[in-house]
Design a protein around this ligand. Sequence first.
Ligand SMILES: [Mg+2]
Length: 363
Amino acid sequence: MKITDIRATTVTVPLQAPLRHANGCHWGRFVRTVVEVETDEGLIGLGEMGGGGESAEAAFRAMKSYLVGHDPARLEELRFLIANPTASLYNNRTQILAALEFACLDLLGQKWGVPVSEILGGRLRDRVSFASYLFFRYPNPKDGSGEVRTIEQLVAQARDLKERYGFSSHKLKGGVFRPEYELQCYRALAAALDGDRFRFDPNGVWSTETSIWFGQQIEDIRNDYLEDPVFGLAGMRRVREKVRMPLATNTVVVNFEQLAANVLDTAVDVILLDTTFWGGIRQCVKAAGVCEAFQLGVAVHSSGELGIQLATMLHLGAVIPNLSFAADAHYHQLTDDIIEGGMFKYEGGSIAVPDRARSRRET
Ligand SMILES: [Mg+2]
């Protein structure tokens, strides 16, 4: 099988309400680039990339000259074609590589008649558990609904998501208000949903000292982990010395050099594997193997996804033996999806791993 064409299409899907975070806001929609890799056998594989909320069509068009004629089964060769160390000094194409890898794996699954998880070593579980992803939200500008600002609104959001989807682990995205207020919010959540598990992520926006103070205030809660309270391995290492709970990251350990540094002088306990940030599902599987050897925790991270990327997260979650926690997903904050058959369904806090190819809905 040989690649004959690469196409990219920008899509937008509305969110229920704008999602606030430390660096501003996911406004009323997710903007994603859907990638189609076509082959000489007529099969079309699908990939997806976020790219910070901007269209990445031009970036994928530029990849065509590298990849026409390439066998999509040669995934390791693909990595060196697109993101070899020297080329990456000039053009960091990690996220582009990830979307192309998703599409190539999709092609192989279609050609061989198996789900991607079977190509990755075979699934260990048929469903992947997710945490609720709770955000402070601005009201929906169209109808004023969906605001989350007060403690009451936040607890109501958590109860509603638990009721509808069955979550028993909850993640609060912080870094929006003063840490003292966010501490009240987090403690109120833990009290309202006693018996569940919790995690907090202010996107690395605090000082080391604030991180230590906050961490010490929540030591009595059933925390999965405290995620990226401060930005940087050195700051995380200092927090870890003084706070009695696991620390997690999706920001300062996102490649193998950083993972090696974290093994040699540990700053983070739980590595949140993101199929986009790491450059593909296979990179995440490899990283999970390193984490397994050194007994670091792993979980599946969400950098914002539609159904194509969610499928990559499900296949990853299905094959990692040392998956230690419920996965993250923004998915339940969306109002719709672009894939055939409508949105993936949560049941009992989990989503079934796909067992057949789904295609992009024709619009
Ligand atoms: Mg995070």
